[in-house]
Design a protein around this ligand. Structure first.
Ligand code: SAM
Length: 752
């Protein structure tokens, strides 16, 4: 770990801001670039009231929010306000409020606040607003422990040194920028404009990246300065910065490394020199020397290994004028906790009702933004947000905002069959179950059996009744079963997007990890594609996502899938924000459609770093076989040992083999007394949960034996079947829990 992480020291002295170029000096170009950087998280004090539109409303909101927490008395907003476009629109007017424990009217009666006073919906379109305090939960994992969100809790931010780089709001004159009319804050609209501007600049990126990749050093003479010409005089006053030579750096190392303050200053100076290289660089020193020094200092200052710093630094293309600033903003954002967010479980409640209940308990919150109608951002809470009665009753999931994105992109439709290939602990599974309104079926798979326990617990808590939990290696699909309308592959990844939650990523990732992960992801994505029914009438989609920002795990994987499976194409994710996926990166050129994929960054969107790609699986025009190994995978990448050798999996993922036929043809699932029955045109299989008693197997199997093609087996990898099966009314059925084939087909999804 670097010295900051290792020592957990207090904040070093703030940087002397006077040495930074003023906004004026930075000029228009800087203002543009800063405007992009302004998408960063802002260290905002905990608050629940938006302060832009109506100070009066804000004040009322604050006051009421506090008083409601205390006295629990006030009048609920009339229902008619629900549709006022205030950001609290109901997500589903037809919610089955089948949970007796929850009485929304009772909640309303007791509600003492007026949410509309608290909320100004007009700026509801920010991805996420400023961080308040640290709250420990994994991107994708529910934290079982109760976690109060206390305004008194000391955040990690408070221990941090001041910023290395003045950000847009710190340093730039934004009078021309989108946010100037909005108190310097970022809106979805201006964020997108910034993204577009950046993306336009990326046109020149590939050539420069390639040059860098091939070791070509950009000529100093050709470098563009970031500063305006009129800044020259003032630059003359600045102390010349001496870039340490290799020998000096070695000596520094021998003495135990540089002082933290020295590192801070040096980073700042390197960025300054790189920004106006011709004027400020020392003679005979190259741009790459400054960049190397900057990366080395980032590694020691933030506590990364050198390899990862370089990998992450390279995400910011050389061609971008503000490349170094962006990189620093990214590393800085990894030191700041992301906002606490929850997802309303629409199987049990409505967002507005949930919000009212939580406000009554002293929770300050607001809708996340217009891109989600189920998300709430929690600013502060006097109660542990992971242990409220509403939480225990399954009215919400504690879930990072970025985790909503792949499910929104996948957009499962009622009655569909969906596979969540790597699902534990179930944040996205339960979201999908809710979008299916408890119809159809979600196969929630995860190779890690231990993790399926928390998945099952979440499925139960949230009242999902259409979920089969199983524990296969995802690479065994579609051999296990196929024919899904939609598949989500939220792939195992390096976690470079969630460093703010898991600082160990900074030091425990090596080049080999990325190679192995990328191999695994490539295998999984092919299996995900092959598990989709291309003839699906309503779907035929796959979403691939990771909580990583590296290209190896994202664009490279997606591009690989496009090359290996000509019957798939990328489609728009439907997400209203996010940066375009790279189509060129460090000498590699990806399919142009990779630009349709979306990247999310902590410093831009104030969310965990994330990546989302959506594919449409087309019908295969002719029999195609995979005639080469999908990926050249070392055996060591397989965690199942003897179960499934790599080569076997590779061979088996070919198209249209006779063997695959039953998996790809129409398949029907039903829930049998807590077990799973799968029927195709050719056969019936009953999967007993791993710990099924022998007499239970006997009972069901003997009934199944009445069917000609029935077979059964006990599968320890089917861990839970959460759903109920309504007895068939068909007179042909001799046995209550097994239907004849005809009525089975007709009634399969008549599950209650
Ligand atoms: C990013 S997490 C999934 C988070 C989950 N989608 C959610 O929203 O809660 C990745 C998961 O992949 C699982 N995994 C790793 N290798 C796998 C494989 N070969 N097949 C299936 N799952 C795998 C891990 O156990 C881990 O739970």
């Amino acid at each position: 770990m670097g010295r900051r992480s290792k020592n957990k020291q207090g904040a070093p002295e703030p940087l002397e801001k006077k040495v930074w170029p003023t906004p004026k000096k930075l000029g228009k170009r800087k203002a543009d670039s800063d405007s992009d950087l302004d998408d960063k998280p802002t260290a905002r004090p905990a608050k629940k009231v938006k302060d832009s539109k109506s100070k009066a409303a804000s004040k009322r909101g604050n006051d009421k929010g506090k008083s409601t927490a205390k006295n629990g008395k006030a009048v609920a907003k009339p229902d008619s306000d629900n549709d006022s476009g205030d950001g609290w629109e109901d997500v589903d007017g037809d919610i089955d409020m089948d949970n007796d424990e929850f009485d929304s009217d009772a909640e309303l009666d007791g509600f003492t606040g007026n949410l509309d006073d608290i909320i100004d919906g007009d700026d509801d379109d920010e991805p996420l607003r400023g961080t308040t305090q640290k709250f420990d939960f994994d991107t994708d994992e529910e934290d079982d422990e109760a976690q109060p969100v206390s305004k008194h809790k000391k955040s990690k931010q408070s221990e941090r040194p001041s910023k290395i780089i003045p950000t847009g709001s710190d340093a730039s004159d934004n009078s021309d920028s989108d946010e100037s009319d909005y108190e310097g804050r970022v809106t979805m609209a201006n964020m997108e404009a910034r993204s577009r501007a950046l993306d336009a600049k990326a046109a020149a990126e590939a050539e420069l990246d390639e040059e860098e990749f091939q070791g070509a050093v950009v000529s100093d003479d050709e470098d563009e300065d970031m500063m305006d010409e009129d800044a020259d005089d003032e630059d003359g006053d600045a102390e010349p910065f001496h870039l340490p030579t290799a020998a000096e750096r070695e000596a520094e190392k021998q003495q135990g490394g540089p002082d933290l303050i020295v590192v801070q200053r040096r980073m700042r100076e390197c960025i300054r020199v790189l920004g106006k290289f011709k004027r400020l660089a020392e003679k005979d020193r190259s741009r790459s020397e400054y960049t190397e020094q900057l990366m080395a200092d980032i590694a020691s200052y933030y506590g990364y290994n050198d390899f990862l710093v370089e990998k992450l630094f390279q995400l910011f293309p050389v061609a971008e004028a503000n490349r170094n600033l962006q990189a620093i903003e990214f590393f800085e954002a990894n030191e700041v906790p992301r906002p606490v967010t929850i997802r309303t479980n629409t199987l049990k409640t409505r967002r507005r009702d949930l919000a009212q209940s939580l406000v009554n308990r002293g929770v300050n919150l607001e809708p996340i933004g217009k891109w989600t109608n189920v998300g709430l951002q929690v600013f502060e809470s006097s109660v542990p947000i992971g242990a409220t009665p509403e939480y225990l009753a399954g009215h919400y999931m504690l879930q990072a905002a970025s985790s909503f994105l792949p499910v929104i992109a996948l957009s499962p439709q009622p009655n569909e069959r969906v596979l969540d290939m790597a699902s534990a602990p179930g944040g996205k599974t339960t979201h999908m179950a809710a979008l299916l309104q408890n119809t159809g079926v979600v196969f929630a798979n995860d190779t890690n059996k231990a993790r399926t326990k928390s998945l099952t617990a979440n499925v139960h808590r949230l009242g999902c009744k259409n979920v089969v939990v199983c524990s296969y290696d995802g690479r065994e699909f579609p051999k296990v079963m196929g024919g899904f309308d939609r598949v989500l592959l939220d792939a195992p990844c390096s976690g470079t997007g969630v460093i703010s939650k898991d600082q160990s990523v900074k030091i425990n990732k090596s080049e080999r990890d990325f190679t192995l992960l990328s191999h695994l992801q490539k295998q999984l994505i092919l299996c995900a594609i092959d598990s989709v029914n291309p003839d699906s009438k309503t779907g035929g989609y796959i979403v691939y996502s990771t909580c990583s920002v590296t290209v190896d795990e994202n664009e490279s994987v997606v591009d690989y899938a496009l090359r290996k499976r000509p019957n798939v194409k990328l489609v728009d994710t439907g997400l209203s924000f996010g940066r375009e996926g790279f189509t060129k990166y460090r000498g590699k050129t990806f399919h142009p459609s990779v630009g349709l994929t979306r990247r999310f960054y902590p410093h831009v969107h104030n969310m965990d770093g994330f990546y989302v790609a959506k594919f449409k699986v087309e019908k295969r025009s002719k029999v195609t076989t995979v005639d080469e190994p999908a990926v050249d995978v070392p055996d060591s990448t397989f965690v199942l040992g003897e179960e499934t050798p790599a080569e076997k999996v590779q061979e088996d993922v070919g198209f249209d083999s006779e063997e695959d036929r039953p998996y790809l043809e129409g398949m029907f699932f039903m829930f049998l007394d807590g077990h799973l029955a799968i029927s195709t045109d050719s056969y019936l299989s009953i999967y007993f949960r791993g710990k099924t008693e022998a007499h239970e197997i006997q009972r069901i199997a003997s009934a199944a034996a009445l069917k000609t093609y029935a077979n059964y087996h006990v599968d320890p990898r089917i861990t839970d079947v959460i759903g109920t099966w309504r007895k068939c009314s068909c007179p042909a059925c001799q046995i209550a829990f097994i239907c004849c084939y005809k009525c089975w087909r007709g009634n399969l999804f008549s599950v209650s």
